[in-house]
Ligand binder design. Structure first.
Ligand code: ZN
Length: 430
């Protein structure tokens, strides 16, 4: 199975989480959204858990405080949702952020690291349950089973690994979490392709996880941007995923585009993305505004989110039939209909989100069911079909190109001897 994890990072995401559980396996809730929506989100978790087994994780978000001022307002105070979250965690994080510009794990004394780690583990394990207890405290006939509303695993404080010294910091963070957690740990390794290009560094990381009783981890690379990442960087990512799998740890992408689906053949266990954006990650240093992003359509033939006018132009150029997913087929007859809807007052984004999660869910089925060769062949056909239209379209943003498709194909072919033909062949990890 290839796990699909949907990020819950915006209050509107509730509609998809609640209305379309058939399009995800688990949900990754951002810790500060939960702190802000501390009544509605726990209630949603409870309702979902009542109906089915509901799997979720909480993104600990502490890495947001590592550098920069993205989490502060102009007066220097911790802003909005971050402030709610810091208040929930309490001391010592509160004082650290009052006295220092940042809370970087490698700059803080050991006992502070230990205390903050403890607070974020407790937050993940207990916050939802406690809020539900408080909410139902008065009615005696309601009983909540703690395990039903707890996350699937605890994600320890994530610290960016750019140098060998950072590994020791991460080791401390995982061990402190390990001391206190009662749920399984699923650490997140946050690093760069530059760091893991080095075989020794890769071994240090697999050895690090080997020190703990961990069967899965998350993985996030800084700026694995499809327009910028080189073929050899993609090859490095394959090597690292393969190394982890060989040491009996199933990695899952914390943010992933279609390339992460290809990694399934090398041992990747799943991928995560938000309802409409976030297929890659870039550390923020400045506040970039809380406003909504413009609508994007997920164009399956290029495995990318594109502006509506770009989508319409490209699809018309290649004469592509309208998407057959249940949402598009119900609402749009032609590509132009999407652009017309964008111009009208009627909300377009909910449909775009549903289309996107439906298509990305199919991608997980694709890698489960098809051979690697067939999937690569499909990508190659799409590339041939789209490349001319892509370079001819005046709507395509200058920074964009579709060359990532051959880079993905070639990187995978370069490492073909490490791949399995079908996911059934992957060693079973208990
Ligand atoms: Zn669709």
């Amino acid at each position: 199975m290839f796990e699909t994890t949907l990020r819950y990072k915006n209050l509107n995401d509730r509609n998809i989480v609640e209305g379309h559980p058939e399009y995800y396996d688990s949900v990754l809730i951002q810790a500060h959204l939960l702190a802000y929506s501390k009544k509605a989100v726990p209630q949603l978790i409870r309702d979902m858990a009542d109906e089915r087994s509901f799997n979720y994780y909480i993104d600990p978000m502490l890495s947001d405080f590592r550098i920069g001022t993205n989490f502060r307002n102009d007066d220097g105070d911790v802003r909005g949702w971050h402030s709610r979250f810091v208040n929930q965690l309490g001391e010592p994080l509160k004082s650290v952020l009052a006295e220092r510009p940042n809370a970087a794990a490698n700059e803080l004394p050991d006992n502070t690291l230990q205390e903050i780690t403890k607070s974020v583990v407790k937050y993940q394990e207990n916050f939802v349950y406690q809020r539900l207890q408080e909410a139902t405290g008065k009615s005696e006939d309601v009983e909540i089973n703690r395990r039903d509303v707890q996350p699937k695993a605890v994600i320890p404080w994530v610290h960016k690994i750019e140098r060998v010294e950072d590994i020791q910091t991460v080791r401390e963070l995982i061990s402190y979490a390990d001391e206190i957690a009662s749920l399984p740990l699923k650490p997140c390794l946050y690093t760069t392709t530059g760091f893991v290009r080095d075989t020794t560094n890769r071994s240090l990381l697999t050895d690090l996880l080997g020190e703990f009783d961990v069967s899965e981890c998350f993985l996030v690379f800084e700026e694995l941007d499809k327009y910028e990442t080189t073929q050899s960087e993609y090859t490095t990512v394959i090597d690292f995923v393969y190394d982890l799998q060989q040491s009996n740890i199933k990695p899952h992408f914390y943010y992933g585009d279609f390339f992460s689906n290809l990694l399934a053949y090398f041992g990747l266990g799943g991928t995560a993305y938000a309802t409409l954006f976030d297929e890659e990650f870039k550390e923020k240093t400045e506040y970039s505004g809380g406003g909504g992003l413009p609508p994007r359509y997920y164009v399956d033939s290029v495995k990318d989110l594109l502006k509506i006018d770009t989508t319409v132009d490209l699809m018309n150029r290649v004469g592509a039939p309208m998407c057959e997913c249940q949402f598009c087929s119900r609402q749009f007859d032609t590509w132009q209909d999407i652009a017309d809807r964008e111009q009208s007052e009627e909300a377009l984004k909910p449909t775009l989100k549903k289309h996107r999660v439906a298509i990305r869910w199919e991608h997980a089925r694709l890698v489960e069911e098809e051979s690697l060769e067939d999937v690569l062949e499909g990508l190659d056909e799409n590339f041939s079909k789209m490349v001319m239209a892509y370079s001819a379209s005046p709507h395509v943003a200058q920074a964009k190109n579709v060359q990532y498709l051959p880079k993905w194909i070639n990187a995978v072919k370069d490492r073909k001897e490490l791949a399995v033909d079908s996911l059934q062949e992957l060693p079973y990890i208990t």
